[in-house]
Design a protein around this ligand. Structure first.
Ligand code: PEP
Ligand code: MG
Length: 539
């Protein structure tokens, strides 16, 4: 069966299919009879043994392939599954006639809550691991595949209706070979994540996906935007050839990695990377990133069930700052809402989340959270060249309010005798309102970065994730280009630099146009950097 959609991240891959179940397993029965206690306890212990065996196998496989750190995570999962405390909690519940599946889920929740409340950051972040493990045991007891991504233990092609950033953030490195989703477009977050993970993705295949969910193997062509379920031998051989050709093409682009990109008339264009986590920093430098044009901080908040503390944020921001040294790193303040929800913040249901409480709107309404992020950035700025950027701005008042909180944060830190670094402040131009008010914003900003993903969706009134609106998801539209032009003119007038950090920055057909309009920096998923440098130098 062939699925067609949008080629959202290039490359090809063939591998076993993995379909994550949404939500945790629901116990089929919650209670048992008195006469069943002993047998049910035996069943529980057998399930633990099976799960531990499976986890240890994964750990061994990872260790053999040299992934010691990841193997360590699975060792921890195995220990957790066999923990005597968990065993006695389940024992007690089953003796009180709870079914073992209900008992292990409930005990897992209690145990996870204990971890979450721990002072030690590392231990508190283990709450999710506890849940993963107890869900696996419950699923085993019910004869189901474990739920969600905790069951993704071998490199696979992930098939899903949609993948939220919090889903992709949970995938262990190396376990996703490719993504195929029913929903989404080139600028939805699953596509952005796939590109920065360097794996192929086909999104927006629509309802056809439901017919593919029982496939054993899937061949994905992220360049073309298609996928083939249970491919025959010839197809697999063809995909192998394509993969080889792609590797050769990448090798030919290698010479551009560390070159400074200059147009033929001598204009220097800075080419930077968009990052979603500190762990991507080294890889981005290897792709030739000359800085970070957009560090999306929301992933740091979404990977977990509680909010990261100021110190945790400081560690992350300073590690990126250190990795890039003198090269500029633009940290974007929290941008949740839209397709990015935040565990830990009460988000009310919104009929139109993309037109809702997101970006700077939420930050200004939650000043304590906002200030803790700004304090972390100011402290981390002592380790490198950090800049701060505000998302979803629509008027200069928001910029002023944000800068005031930044000033307060700086004042507080200085009062506490804490060292802070200098940070320039800039604005994302990703709403038509910001582009139209660019002159006013430029007067109070040190730089602009145009977020074409949102600028396109808001200008063309076309949801960035709706697969039916493909023709309206391209920055190459006269209205969008007019707003970019207006932004560049305002920036030039105020003598501030203007970058593009939306996906258009890495698209060969957009690069020359953006440069012609006056853009001086392009920021993109790191694997796109060498090709962008080539396109610039051929202009
Ligand atoms: C954008 O809107 O273009 C952008 C870069 O931000 P995000 O994709 O994170 O919304
Ligand atoms: Mg945006």
């Amino acid at each position: 069966m062939k699925l067609s959609g949008v080629g959202a991240s290039e490359g090809v891959a063939v591998g076993p299919a993995f379909v994550p179940r949404t939500g945790g397993p629901e116990p089929e029965r919650t209670s048992i009879d008195e006469g069943e206690v002993e047998a049910e306890l035996r069943r529980f212990r057998d399930a633990v043994e099976v799960v531990v065996g499976r986890i240890s196998e994964t750990a061994d496989g990872l260790r053999e392939s040299g992934n010691e750190d990841e193997a360590g995570i699975f060792d921890f999962h195995a220990e957790m599954a066999e923990d005597p405390e968990l065993d006695s909690a389940v024992d007690e519940r089953v003796k009180n006639l709870e079914s073992p599946e209900a008992a292990v889920l409930a005990a897992g929740e209690e145990y996870a809550a204990e971890f979450a409340a721990m002072e030690d950051e590392y231990l508190s972040a283990r709450a999710d691991d506890v849940r993963d493990v107890t869900r696996q045991i419950a699923a085993e007891l019910m004869g189901q595949a474990a739920s969600g991504f905790e069951a993704l233990h071998r490199p696979s092609v992930v098939l899903a209706k949609s993948l939220a950033p919090s889903d992709t953030a949970r995938i262990q490195r190396g376990m996703a070979l490719a993504f195929v989703t029913a929903e989404g477009s080139r600028t939805s977050h699953v596509s952005i994540m796939a590109r920065s993970m360097g794996i192929p993705a086909v999104v927006g295949v629509g309802d056809a996906l439901s017919g593919a969910l029982d496939a054993e193997t899937v061949a994905v062509n992220g360049t073309e935007g298609s996928a083939i379920t249970d491919p025959d031998r010839e197809t697999v051989a063809r995909f192998e050839e394509m993969s080889q050709a792609l590797a050769e093409e990448r090798a030919a682009l290698d010479q551009y990695r560390y070159k400074e990109a200059r147009t033929s008339d001598g204009r220097r264009i800075e080419v930077a990377a968009n990052l979603g986590s500190a762990s991507e920093a080294e890889g981005a430098l290897e792709w030739g990133a000359e800085g970070v044009g957009l560090f999306r901080t929301e992933f740091l908040f979404m990977e977990r069930d509680d909010l990261p503390s100021e110190d945790e944020q400081y560690d992350v921001y300073s590690s990126v700052a250190r990795a890039f040294g003198e090269k500029p790193v633009i940290i974007r303040t929290l941008d949740v809402g839209g397709d990015k929800n935040l565990p830990g913040i009460d988000q009310i249901h919104e009929d139109n989340p993309f037109l809702g409480w997101r970006g700077i709107r939420m930050s200004l309404d939650t000043p304590d959270l906002f200030k803790s992020q700004l304090r972390a950035i100011l402290r981390a700025a002592t380790h490198g060249n950090l800049k701060v950027m505000f998302p979803m701005v629509v008027e200069v008042g928001e910029l002023r309010a944000a800068k005031q909180i930044l000033d307060e944060a700086r004042g507080e830190l200085e009062g506490e005798g804490v060292k802070v670094g200098e940070v320039e402040t800039g604005v994302m131009i990703e709403t038509p309102a910001a582009a139209v008010c660019a002159a006013e914003l430029a007067a109070e900003s040190a730089f602009f970065s145009i977020g074409t993903n949102d600028l396109v969706q808001y200008t063309l009134a076309a949801d960035r994730g709706n697969e039916r609106l493909r023709r309206l998801q391209d920055a190459d539209h006269p209205a969008v280009l007019a707003l970019i032009r207006q932004t560049c003119e305002a920036a030039e007038e105020a003598n501030i630099p203007v970058g593009v950090c939306g996906e258009a920055a890495g698209e060969p057909h957009m690069i020359a146009q953006l440069i012609n309009l006056g853009v001086t920096e392009l920021s993109m998923s790191a694997p796109s950097i060498p090709r962008a440098k080539k396109v610039i130098s051929e202009r």
